[in-house]
Design a protein around this ligand. Structure first.
Ligand SMILES: NC(=O)c1ccc[n+]([C@@H]2O[C@H](COP(=O)([O-])OP(=O)(O)OC[C@H]3O[C@@H](n4cnc5c(N)ncnc54)[C@H](O)[C@@H]3O)[C@@H](O)[C@H]2O)c1
Length: 395
């Protein structure tokens, strides 16, 4: 860390779609300096280095030897998260790793072991549990003002399965489909609101399009140790879009045109796997983003918490509370950049400065993966799955 002002010098590992979404929050964060990047794609890394006066490496491991990098943001394909995290920890770097944390609980264990042994902090993010309205909802639930939490309901419908993909993103075993990509968002939201400790998972999941043979829909019931429950529903086939019920504000907080359902499906029609992969590759880093303040917070569909003394629902700019005294709107704090992912960076920085574990640490990430993988297992066996690796919210 630089001595002066508690700034972390960050290196980015992977300059694809996820990094493009995190970059505005990194640039706008007063506690961050962009020091380096690593990506096998020479155009992306060289352009990044030029735009930010940063050092460029073709491999993560080479960047980890850079002593002027304090922390890394790992946004490589899921199958690489384990090796990239373990090597970063061995080099003494603090870490943000994108969701899903890893492909298996064994991978998560290796990541926990490496980060704890090396005394580095790790945050698994971004997930939508960092969204300001979800944090506001958690604060209201925890305040006790609304009594006992009984039910959490999160549902989201959109075009997830019809966004351009690499072939492995359509293969469940390789981390494709909603189980590894969308369910962790929903589970993380439910766990943050419900206290973290899921007792059991019952689910059904579907592959509804033979051309895209991975799970695109699920319906899941979570029971928490506390007795609270959550229902999670996701469908990504580009038919109904739940942004219609959220003021046509999209997942990142962007304002959308009504009536665009079906356009992702249409854009892929007739494309070969190679053409589709190249559409995905075209979303790599190519220019410094224009920083604009966020219009609305990000979200993952509609979330409603039912307590004994009222319902709390996510709204376009925060949460709406339906209590005994009537309906009240609470606006969430505005972010510094669009899309607003600054809470992920805040959590890492605070944990490094305060020398404490972040909420979304490696054990938390493993617990979220355990529940996400249980969705698949329950759907396969048609049984309720009892969980064993849950941890409470540590705040
Ligand atoms: N939190 C979110 O909302 C969100 C959104 C999108 C993606 N993600 C996650 O981010 C991760 C990356 O997804 P993506 O959509 O950006 O993929 P992507 O294919 O767009 O980007 C991956 C990048 O990693 C680079 N890369 C590959 N091998 C590498 C290596 N050995 N070292 C360094 N870089 C390497 C690629 O060249 C590419 O630039 C996934 O785990 C995904 O789940 C999260």
């Amino acid at each position: 860390m630089t001595d002066s002002a508690l700034k972390l010098r960050f290196g980015l590992v992977g300059l694809g779609g996820a990094a493009l979404q995190m970059l505005p929050s990194l640039i706008a964060h007063p506690g961050v300096t962009l020091a380096a990047c690593a990506d096998p794609n020479p155009q992306a890394r060289e352009r990044f280095a030029e735009d930010f006066g940063a050092r460029a490496y073709d491999r993560a491991e080479a960047m980890y030897e850079d002593r002027d990098v304090d922390a890394v943001y790992i946004a490589t394909p899921h199958g690489m998260h384990r090796s990239h995290v373990v090597a970063a920890a061995e080099s003494g770097k603090h870490i943000i790793v994108e969701k899903p944390m890893a492909l298996s609980l064994e991978d998560c264990d290796a990541m926990i072991e490496a980060t704890e042994r090396n005394g580095v902090r790790l945050v698994v993010g971004h997930t939508h549990s960092f969204d300001p309205p979800i944090r506001l909802m958690r604060a209201l639930i925890r305040s006790g003002e609304f009594g006992q939490l009984a039910m959490i309901n999160n549902f989201s419908y959109g075009n997830f399965l019809f966004r351009p993909r690499r072939p492995e993103e359509l293969n469940t075993q390789a981390g494709g489909g909603i189980i590894y990509n969308q369910v962790p968002h929903q589970v993380d939201v439910a766990r943050l609101l419900g206290g973290g400790m899921i007792r059991s998972v019952r689910s059904m999941a579907w592959q509804l399009d033979p051309e895209r043979p991975t799970e695109g829909s699920h319906m899941t019931f979570l029971q928490f140790e506390s007795g609270a429950t959550a229902s999670l529903v996701y469908s990504g086939y580009d038919y109904f879009d739940s942004d219609e019920l959220h003021g046509w504000v999209g997942e990142l907080g962007e304002e959308r045109q009504p009536g665009t359902q079906g356009s992702a499906r249409a854009a892929l029609a007739g494309k070969s796997a190679e053409e589709e992969s190249s559409m995905k590759r075209s979303r790599s880093y190519s220019a410094k983003p224009n920083l604009v303040p966020p219009k609305h917070p990000p979200h993952c569909g509609i979330t409603i918490a039912t307590c004994s003394g009222g319902d709390i629902r996510t709204s376009v700019d925060g949460v709406t509370v339906y209590g005994p005294e009537g309906i009240e709107e609470h606006v969430a704090p505005a972010g510094r950049a669009f899309p607003d992912k600054q809470a992920v960076i805040d959590e890492l920085l605070e944990s490094v400065i305060g020398n404490h574990e972040p909420v979304h640490n490696a054990r938390w990430g493993k617990a979220t993966m355990e529940a996400s993988l249980a969705v698949l297992e329950s759907a396969r066996t048609q049984q309720e799955i009892i969980l064993r690796h849950q941890v409470p919210v540590n705040d």
